[in-house]
Design a protein around this ligand. Structure first.
Ligand SMILES: CC(=O)N[C@H]1[C@@H](OP(=O)(O)OP(=O)(O)OC[C@H]2O[C@@H](n3ccc(=O)[nH]c3=O)[C@H](O)[C@@H]2O)O[C@H](CO)[C@@H](O)[C@@H]1O
Ligand SMILES: C=C(OP(=O)(O)O)C(=O)O
Length: 512
């Protein structure tokens, strides 16, 4: 890409965005780019913020540094120098789980869908690769703050990028939108984190109500749709209160002109964001935030809409954990409080001191946000075991962070992940950094704190949240840690190393 030529006509802010984007794509920190150019990271930061008038000479040097060919397929690793004290404030980005649902839901719309503030994460990249391979036009604005999606009249499902599809579980959410367009189609098996068996049976049961029959053979789902009477009311009782299954049922119901009632629906954050988006498309939905949703869909959806999903409660919890494990005072801004209340109540029981700002609305106009300031606190183990429940319980994706927090608390904590067959096992990796984590069985661990963390070289486990837990513990560890192959972290977090570095961490991204 000829940066120098492209930047000649752009404002410093736009140039800054382009440079930051190219630097991140190459996995370079501001420090590394500065080292290559023989300048300071502050200069790079100024350039990226658009606060600096650029000479053609500097633009050319930056262009040269960023245009070096990337080693194809080389894994990214992190080198973390601890122990770290963080300070300042950080904004929570929008959620991975709403983003993937909205990307799938854009298939319902014949008009122009604009999604604002979508996180730049690998999971989004994979779904976008799938969407563009089947003919959807996806265009980012230059600063990547907006993503425009326009689907073609007929999707080219036989051109689907199967490798991208198999790397994410979210591909299963193509079923709901597609069953209105195609009578016969195939989808690759859903992939994603290795958390043990994750059933798709509830999806197949729910979508049977819309005439969908699935045969699973040799790595693919073969879908056959038998269109049913169009205005007949549908009633679906989910056998599990799962998030993506509720989303699939909602997307199927969105183009059913009669009424669909979904019982035992998840009312979790990503489901709520999907409901708000479907309402923008003209779909009528009652009961948002409850476990019974009444949906009245439209046979054809053709609307030009713009929507911004809310902030990620799991990223908020990750950042709170970063402050807690490093004993730092930190303000985590834009936290969706409704989806963190139980987590905060347990943390308060454990002795965490924190303040909440007054509430303010998220960009979607509906989700309530607060800024949370965490203070260094002396924590003690929770007296009861810590376990997740479907919303409004403690979020299952937030549970792993309690292992890191329990490791800095005095005493023994039992953490019970009844949901996933395999996620707790990955948390035993924390022992490599000095924690005492005992695996009782595949679902339960006992963590004994406090911990004297020490740096270590570790390969990322194939699970997003446990991998981030290792990164956060490494921040607190004395000495240098290396975390190898961090694709799994980049699946769900945007530019986490640089954002933590801005708070005082020392994390370097490197390739072999
Ligand atoms: C893209 C996306 O949104 N992913 C989220 C979604 O995945 P998703 O909706 O795909 O979650 P799964 O369907 O895999 O459910 C997770 C596990 O919980 C079990 N289960 C679920 C509900 C229930 O009432 N009973 C029950 O036993 C399932 O059998 C499964 O083993 O929800 C998970 C659980 O909140 C989160 O970890 C994922 O981050
Ligand atoms: C398990 C997770 O996500 P996914 O459903 O994308 O695997 C997660 O976000 O922790």
């Amino acid at each position: 890409m000829a940066y120098a030529a492209r930047v000649a006509e752009l404002s410093p802010t736009r140039v800054g965005y382009l440079i930051r984007d190219a630097r991140r794509q190459r996995g370079l920190t501001q420090q590394e780019l500065a080292d290559e150019l023989g300048t300071s990271p502050e200069t790079i930061n100024d350039v990226e913020e658009g606060n600096r008038q650029l000479s053609i000479e500097l633009v050319n040097r930056i262009a040269e540094a960023l245009e070096q060919p990337e080693p194809a397929g080389a894994a990214l690793h992190l080198r973390i120098r601890g122990e770290t004290k963080l300070s300042g404030a950080i904004d929570v980005r929008s959620s991975k789980n709403a983003a993937v649902a909205l990307l799938c839901a854009s298939l319902l719309n014949r008009g122009r869908t604009v999604l604002r503030g979508i996180a730049q994460i690998e999971e989004v990249n994979r779904i976008l690769e799938v969407l563009t391979s089947i003919g959807v036009r996806a265009t980012w604005s230059p600063d990547k703050s907006e993503l425009e999606l326009v689907r073609p009249g007929r999707l080219r499902l036989d051109h689907m990028d199967e490798d991208a599809a198999r790397r994410t579980r979210s591909i299963i959410m193509f079923l709901g939108p597609l069953l209105h367009d195609e009578l016969l189609f195939e989808l690759p098996y859903a992939g994603g984190c290795n958390l043990g068996t994750r059933t798709v049976t509830p999806h197949l049961h729910a979508l049977r109500q819309f005439g969908l029959d699935i045969k699973a053979t040799e790595g693919s789902y073969h879908a056959h749709v038998d269109p049913l009477e169009p205005f007949a009311p549908r009633s679906i009782t989910l056998t599990e209160r799962g998030d993506t299954v509720t989303e699939n049922a909602l997307m199927a119901a969105a183009r059913h002109p009669g009424e669909t009632v979904i019982r035992n629906a998840s009312s979790n954050y990503m489901v709520q964001d999907l409901c708000f988006f479907l309402q923008e498309l003209g779909v009528s939905i009652d009961g948002i935030g409850s476990t019974t949703l009444r949906v009245r869909g439209l046979a054809v959806i053709d609307a030009d809409v713009s929507f911004a999903p809310s902030e990620d409660p799991i990223e908020a919890m990750s950042l709170l954990t970063a402050a807690i494990v490093t004993g730092s005072e930190l303000t985590v801004q834009r936290c969706p409080i409704e989806f963190l209340e139980i987590e905060l109540a347990i943390l308060a029981e454990m002795g965490l001191r924190y303040d909440l700002s007054p509430e303010y609305p998220a960009q979607n106009g509906r989700t309530r946000l607060v800024d949370i300031t965490v203070y260094p606190s002396k924590l003690h183990a929770n007296s009861d075991k810590i376990h997740p429940m479907p919303f409004p319980g403690l979020n299952i994706d937030n549970l792993p962070f309690f292992a890191v927090i329990a490791a800095v608390a005095d005493g023994q904590t039992m953490i019970h992940d009844w949901v996933y067959e395999n996620r707790a096992i990955h948390l035993v990796e924390l022992t490599k950094l000095g924690a005492q984590v005992q695996l009782l069985d595949p679902h339960r661990i006992i963590v004994t704190g406090p911990t004297r963390w020490r740096g270590q070289e570790i390969i990322c486990p194939p699970a997003l949240r446990p991998a981030v837990c290792l990164l956060l513990a490494a921040l607190a560890a004395r000495g240098t840690s290396v975390l190898r192959d961090v694709y799994v972290i980049n699946r769900g977090y945007e530019d986490l190393p640089n954002r933590l570095n801005a708070l005082g961490a020392h994390i370097e991204v490197f390739r072999d």
